[in-house]
Design a protein around this ligand. Structure first.
Ligand code: PYC
Length: 308
């Protein structure tokens, strides 16, 4: 199996460019279900140790069903599958460009939760027009023993997010273990109280925000992903969810730029346009860099060939 690794604002993406499973011709959600059912060992072998790490996001390229799309993609991580992945899409775009497979400056990519439009601004800088995003529930509270009442919003940005109104501790790497602990408690409590996204969907990403520290930024964030690794990037779908909440509350105008810094001080720029039904289409701009081109070897005798 051939893979290309990149990182987007510090968050890694591993794209399978050859030798991935054939998931047939169904819709992207059907193919995701098929991969989950029949090829989950492939996900584990690519993402988990000893080949991968908890922070890695994988991307399987597959033929698109929508004729306007250049490719389809299924994203996955250490715990399962992601509907969309903003940093991952930027990584996929830079990987396709690296392979000489992007002939136009703008291409469409099909994901299990919708079509996204990708523009190469230069060989590393990509803008992603994401799937339609929206604020689903405002001012949702849970009780956490160590924190008291925690209030936030539930929003969709291609994945489901709880956007806490306050961060429990300052957002920096020194505090990461505490941020992770509190985010896990909140996620557990949302689950225990049956607080979900639309249609009972699990809220599997928890996001904290603080005021910006660096010049030009509007905010700094911490995002805990499913699988309990934190996003090194400002999280494309998380920034989209944040924009949906800001837009719904009248705190950010259409086409106004929102600059989101991550816990490691990497940056995305974002803006949105409104749809007729009051939702938004966010656009995220970020940079990715290729870090490796590898052939993965699956030795039949290797007891950990499918991960630990
Ligand atoms: O950038 O959307 C994103 C993302 C989701 C999980 C990790 N990164």
């Amino acid at each position: 199996m051939r893979v290309i690794d990149s990182h987007t604002a510090g968050e890694p993406t591993r794209v399978i460019v050859e030798g991935g499973p054939d998931l047939g011709n169904g819709s992207l959600p059907e193919r995701l279900a098929l991969m989950k059912e029949n090829y989950d060992h492939i996900r584990k072998s690519i993402i988990l140790e000893p080949r991968g790490s908890d922070v890695l996001v994988g991307a399987l390229l597959c033929p698109a069903t929508n004729p306007k799309c250049s490719t389809g993609v299924i994203f996955f991580n250490n715990s399962g599958y992601l509907g969309m992945c903003g940093h991952g899409t930027i990584g996929v775009a830079v990987t396709l460009a690296h392979l000489g497979l992007v002939s136009e400056s703008e291409i469409k990519i099909e994901t299990p939760v919708g079509v996204v439009t990708v523009k190469m601004l230069d060989k590393n800088t990509v803008s992603v027009e994401n799937v339609e995003s929206h604020l689903y529930r405002e001012n949702v509270s849970v009780q956490i023993d160590e924190l008291g009442t925690v209030t936030g919003d539930v929003a969709w940005g291609g994945n489901w997010f709880f956007l806490a109104h306050q961060t429990p501790v300052a957002i920096n790497l020194e505090n990461e273990p505490q941020l992770r602990r509190y985010a896990k408690m909140i996620k557990l409590e949302l689950n225990r109280n049956n607080i979900t996204g639309q249609g009972g969907a699990e809220i599997d990403h928890i996001e904290f925000f603080s005021t910006a520290e660096r010049e030009g930024a509007n905010s700094k964030n911490y995002v805990l992903c499913p699988g309990d690794a934190y996003d090194r990037s400002p999280c494309g779908t998380g920034t989209s969810a944040k924009l949906a909440a800001l837009a719904a509350k009248g705190l950010l105008a259409e086409n106004e730029t929102w600059v989101q810094d991550s816990i490691i001080n990497s940056r995305f720029e974002a803006k949105y346009r409104r749809t007729d039904d009051g939702k938004i289409i966010p656009t995220i701009i970020g940079k990715a860099y290729i870090s490796a081109e590898s052939t993965l070897i699956f030795d039949p005798k290797d007891p950990f060939k499918f991960g630990i």
